[in-house]
Design a protein around this ligand. Sequence first.
Ligand SMILES: [Zn+2]
Ligand SMILES: [Zn+2]
Length: 248
Amino acid sequence: MLFTSWQKTYYEALEIKENNKTQRKMKWQEYQEAVGVLYEQMSEMGEVRKNITIPDRVTGQARQVDVWWEFQIGNHTIKILIDAKMRASKLDVKDVEEILALAKSVKADKAIIVTNNEWTSPAQLFANHEGLDFLILTIDEATDLIIDGKWLMCKDCGKDCVVMDSDGAVEIDEKINWWLGGKCRSCRTLHIICQACGAKGMMRINESWSCNCDFEWKNTEEYYEFKIITENDVTEFKDPNQREIDFN
Ligand SMILES: [Zn+2]
Ligand SMILES: [Zn+2]
């Protein structure tokens, strides 16, 4: 099956931004991604990693961590666990306990909960005592972060997100045509936005799709390939991340 349009996802995201009443439409994966983007922007020091697993200190079992931030102070590496909690109701002591247990399990020095909602007084007291911080990130703010951050929910599997991390360009008749591309982290479906004609396409592994300018993309095991369909149908695959330079 070939998908030729995933505009709906984009417009749904815009709708969230425009209308607060529809904010519950944001998915938790989107919120989690937004929290990661927030810390990437905030952290001028150290390294921020999103959605990773860290082995449990005792059992060695993989523990899922939303955002992991490491930086150096002197000879010490400070490790901070950041957990995203998109909630309809206030966070409670149980939520704090759960994150503190996770922080201990992965040997974090500090834990931060980022949430769209408030927390109960007992949760606040408990968090203060244990050195856990709360941070508010509203759904509106989170939506701004993911829309501006070239990020989309996968329209194919709907379970995970697509980071549009690849941009390519090709020069034709002294005009630069460029596109944005990225793959779903879960199902690996390729998403392409052609900036020249505005077409948006989606293709699964080994599928091809062409936009209105007769550019064609193919989703491959490695990443993806790009070619120009000419009148003579002479085809040449190019590295999508390599900018074309005309030396003439
Ligand atoms: Zn997907
Ligand atoms: Zn196009």
